[in-house]
Design a protein. Structure first.
Length: 491
């Protein structure tokens, strides 16, 4: 009997519960919400970031040299002027000595060749003058010799003409004698053969022919005497002496003239032209420049690497004794007297952030008054591949407690707006498409896209999508609740 009663009670409870569930299913779900209202709002953007020095410098090796000493390690604090890295300058010192010798040799070579060229040029100019002078003298004496020769030639020509004329006359006379002798022989032979006809006239003719022959011989003798007495074709001793003197002078002039020409050619070959002078000068200048660069490297090595400001070594790439090539990264130094916090702000909040806005940096519960100093222009993707923009926030009064690399919470106070539509921050949601909230329409939950303005921890400014006094849900809602019945219990 007892078991039957228990069973009846259980069945009754089940029936009652089922009835209540059926009754509840038909009723709207009560959810918390608030009405859109007007008011004033000061916006805030909250995020986290890391503490860094305002000044950051990466130091590089200024020379190629072994590192003889590295005075600090990563994380050490340094003061401005502290020696961080010292170089072993022995190789560089030897390079300077070698460069000095090469420069001196090049300069001496240049100056020696230039001086030699200048001497050759002076001697060349003298040889040119001598060449011209001997050429002038030669032609003077050549004209003098020509005058002597031409005068002698004219005189000899006149004598020869006279001799030729006398010889011609003698030959003519001899021809006449030959003719007369022939006639005489003919007359004589005739008289011998025909004496009967040989008379006085014939004797007179023979006599006349003999006389004519004698006269011709006399004339020939006279002409021969003239020929024998004709002047010889020779120069007088005075003329001969003058001729010899002239030829001797011309021989000396010719010898000196040829030497001047030889000297001119030899000296000209030893004169540097402008191109050769510039080449020697450039070579000397190049070696001098190499010496200057070697001396500069040595000075850099002696100076080592010192800190430009107070700070902390945040990154160290080198070890003592290593060989550092020029341009090798050595270490990174961040300042400690001026600090900043770099936060990565989402693309939804970055529009409200501007340089000069007040901010707070919270490090382990300690608040530091700050100010937005820089808004980046290049977005960076976070681990979820969402674009974020770096924002530098200057800490106005840093203290020794702040350590570089520490994580901090950041609050940026953005715009302040009055008499605007506001909803609670709990009512706003954000996805890749933008901002939205949930409300009810005809008693069913619905999703409404909105445009927002200033935001803070409590409220969000609505610039589009909602109207004043419209109710929005503040309870947690998902897209899976869309279409379900709900009744907003406005607080």
């Amino acid at each position: 009997m007892k078991k039957i009663i228990i069973r009846v009670v259980i069945i009754a409870v089940i029936i009652l519960a089922a009835g209540m569930m059926v009754f509840a299913a038909g009723r709207p779900r009560k959810m918390r919400g608030e009405a859109v209202k007007r008011g004033s709002i000061t916006g805030v953007v909250k995020d986290s970031g890391d503490i860094h020095g305002e000044k950051e410098k990466i130091y590089y090796a200024s020379v190629t040299s072994p590192l003889s000493k590295v005075s600090v390690k990563q994380g050490d604090s340094v003061k401005a002027g502290d020696m961080i890295v010292a170089y072993d300058a022995s190789d560089l010192a030897r390079s300077v000595s070698a460069a000095e010798i090469a420069t001196m040799q090049a300069r001496e070579n240049y100056e020696g060749k230039l001086n030699k060229s200048n001497k050759y040029e002076s001697k060349f100019n003298k040889a040119v003058e001598d060449d011209a002078a001997y050429a002038g003298l030669y032609w003077i004496y050549r004209e003098k010799d020509d005058e002597i020769t031409e005068g002698q030639y004219a005189e000899n020509y006149q004598i020869q003409c006279e001799i030729d004329s006398l010889k011609k006359q003698i030959d003519e006379k001899k021809k006449q004698i030959s003719e007369k002798t022939g006639d005489l022989n003919d007359e004589t032979d005739y008289g011998l053969k025909d004496t009967d006809d040989y008379d006085e006239d014939d004797i007179d003719d023979i006599k006349d022919l003999n006389e004519e022959i004698d006269d011709l011989n006399t004339e020939i003798a006279g002409l021969q005497a003239q020929l024998d007495g004709a002047p010889q074709q020779k120069m007088t001793p005075e003329e001969n002496e003058e001729k010899n003197d002239t030829l001797n002078v011309m021989e000396d002039i010719t010898r000196n003239w040829e030497q001047a020409k030889t000297d001119k050619a030899n000296y000209e070959s030893g004169i540097l032209d402008d191109k050769e002078k510039k080449a020697l000068s450039r070579d000397a200048d190049r070696l001098r420049l190499q010496q200057d660069m070697a001396e500069e490297d040595l000075a850099k090595a002696y100076a080592g690497v010192t800190a430009d400001f107070d700070g902390v070594i945040t990154h160290m790439e080198i070890q003592e004794g290593a060989e550092a090539e020029e341009g090798t990264e050595l270490f990174t130094l961040e300042s400690t007297d001026e600090l900043k916090c770099t936060a990565m702000i989402s693309r939804y909040d970055i529009g409200a952030v501007r340089v000069g806005q007040k901010a707070e940096v919270d490090v382990a519960g300690k608040i530091y008054e700050s100010q937005v100093e820089k808004v980046g222009r290049l977005a960076e993707n976070d681990e979820t591949d969402q674009a974020q923009i770096p924002v530098d926030i200057k800490i106005l009064e840093p203290d020794e407690v702040l350590a570089i690399g520490t994580e901090a919470d950041v609050t940026i106070f953005t715009d302040e707006t009055a008499d605007t539509l506001l909803i609670p921050s709990d009512a706003l949601y954000t996805d890749d498409s933008g901002d939205y909230c949930y409300t009810t329409e005809d008693g069913n939950i619905t999703k409404v896209r909105v445009s927002t303005g200033v935001k803070n921890d409590d409220f969000v400014e609505i610039t589009d999508g909602l109207s004043e006094d419209q109710l929005v849900l503040t309870d947690a809602v998902t897209d899976g609740d869309i279409g379900k019945k709900a009744e907003i219990d406005a607080e």
